[in-house]
Ligand binder design. Structure first.
Ligand code: UDX
Length: 472
């Protein structure tokens, strides 16, 4: 079968394949839209599950309907529809795709329907893919299609994964004691193993090294934030494009073209906007916004520790607790003091339009799990952070937020009501202004980098040129 474009003048056709999880899909969709905006053909490969969630809760189709060259192709992830896809179970998606993904991806690439445009087959000129999707590689290699990695994590986290062998050689892994986990510099929870043959650990190590085989690497970060680490990565992967913060970059480019950029939801859960009216009624910078992202799970005990800590801190709080995020929920009544404290100063709900919430004048500090998208969203608004990382790259991000960028505190793995109360008071009442200064400075840098003449702006232009050059 011929995969050549029938019309010689068709633009390059880019296939974008994210790991089917909220954070990854969000940043890949921003990239997909930026490329669509520049006139490239883009096909987004989504798992059927993800596509279903986006159809139900996001505004995927209205958002992309203005791009005549944008398409969606779907692929099963091999898991039953009701399989939990949160917490550590997120790895089930990876393992399942590893098993079934290769043949499904081949079928997709050979299908005339999925990759056609009005009956004309559009040859894929380049694949942009997420980590651990290496089952796609033999297929594209066979077809002579180049591939590029887009790692949706920070450069500091990527670098930690990239250096796993050096960490082993330095004797830092395997770890002997829990205390070491917390103190390992730049740690990421994937490194918290007592056996270096651990499957997850080995997978991360191999998959990250494989990045060097790609034609290029894209990172959702910017030079003023992570320049020194980006320079180190460039020594191994010279064709590196730092084009973040992507959500802000997209907004800026849409505005430049006079296109409405608001209401860009790609939520997997229904957004509850009732909090906006509640925020309107709160004083400026007075609210602690608490949200631990799309994957975090809390036990009932952890939930209570956070809850007591927040209520006892005496601060106003807006707390987002995903409906599927509490494990061992026994449905017992909430202690009266928590109920009263929440009614007096708090507001709880299940999912919100996060970027809009962060931009509200009432928000003072973001209590975050330090997912990379959340971190960037906070940086762009210039909001200090209190960090409680759940897993994976989040621990590295938390450490950088507190120790390198000095934009907040990292409470590490601690989940204790007394400490939480103390840290919340400290950041809201004592240290906020100091962190705010750093956060605002970085927000200015973020704005600069995506403006004409900025690093991310020109890197994106270079990336687009590079992608255009992949057409055969
Ligand atoms: C995880 C990782 O920790 C992250 O670093 C990795 O790159 C992707 O997977 P996740 O829990 O999804 O991330 O967090 P994050 O990366 O912060 O992404 C969550 C996204 O959901 C953000 O864009 C955030 O704005 C959005 N969100 C979250 C909402 O729109 N509403 C909410 O209520 C919560």
């Amino acid at each position: 079968m011929s995969h050549r474009n029938t019309a010689a003048k068709l633009p390059a056709h880019i296939l974008i394949f994210p790991l089917p999880s909220q954070g990854h899909v969000n940043s890949m969709l921003h990239l997909a839209e930026l490329l669509s905006l520049s006139g490239l053909h883009v096909t987004m490969v989504l798992s059927e599950y993800t596509h279903g969630r986006l159809l139900r809760h996001g505004n995927l189709h209205s958002r992309f309907s203005r791009y005549s060259r944008f398409r969606i192709a779907t692929l099963a992830d091999g898991l039953p529809a009701d399989h939990p896809r949160v917490g550590e179970r997120i790895m089930d998606i990876v393992l399942s795709l590893k098993e079934v993904g290769g043949s499904l991806f081949r079928k997709l690439m050979e299908s005339t329907d999925a990759l056609s445009d009005g009956g004309t087959r559009r040859r894929v000129s380049c694949l942009i893919m997420d980590r651990v999707l290496s089952f796609a590689l033999p297929v594209v290699e066979e077809m002579g299609i180049p591939y590029v990695y887009f790692r949706t994590i920070s450069a500091c986290s990527f670098w930690t994964y990239f250096c796993i062998q050096e960490i082993i050689d330095a004797g830092e892994v395997p770890l002997k004691a829990y205390q070491e986990w917390k103190d390992l510099s730049g740690d990421a929870t994937f490194c918290r193993v007592d056996d270096i043959n651990d499957t997850g650990f080995q997978t991360i190590k191999t998959e990250t090294k494989r990045t060097t085989t790609a034609k290029a690497l894209i990172l959702n970060t910017f030079e003023d934030l992570e320049g020194p680490i980006l320079d180190r990565i460039r020594k191994h992967i010279p064709n590196l494009y730092s084009i973040g913060p992507l959500h802000a970059h997209l907004k800026a480019r849409l505005e430049l073209k006079g296109i409405e950029s608001s209401n860009h939801s790609s939520s997997f859960w229904e957004e509850d906007r009732s909090c906006m009216a509640w925020l309107d009624s709160q004083p400026e910078n007075s609210v602690l916004y608490v949200n631990f992202g799309s994957v975090t799970l809390l036990t009932k005990d952890e939930l209570l520790e956070f809850w007591y800590g927040l209520v006892n801190s005496g601060q106003r709080f807006l707390w987002v607790i995903r409906p599927d995020s509490i494990v061992e929920n026994d449905g017992n009544e909430v202690p009266i003091e928590l109920d009263e404290g929440t009614k007096a100063r708090g507001y709880m709900l299940e999912w919100v339009p996060q970027r809009e919430v962060l931009a509200h004048r009432a928000i003072g500090v973001f209590f975050t799990h330090s997912g990379w998208n959340s971190t960037l969203e906070s940086i762009c608004i210039g909001i200090p952070m209190l960090c409680w990382a759940y897993f994976a790259d989040q621990t590295t991000n938390s450490r950088f937020i507190s120790e390198v960028w000095k934009m907040g505190f990292d409470i590490k793995d601690t989940c204790d009501r007394i400490l939480i109360e103390r840290m919340v008071r400290e950041i809201m009442e004592v240290r906020r202004n100091e962190f705010l200064e750093r956060a605002r400075f970085m927000a200015t840098m973020a704005k600069k980098t995506i403006s004409e003449g900025g690093d991310s702006h020109s890197n994106l232009d270079r990336l687009i040129e590079f992608l255009k050059s992949t057409i055969i």
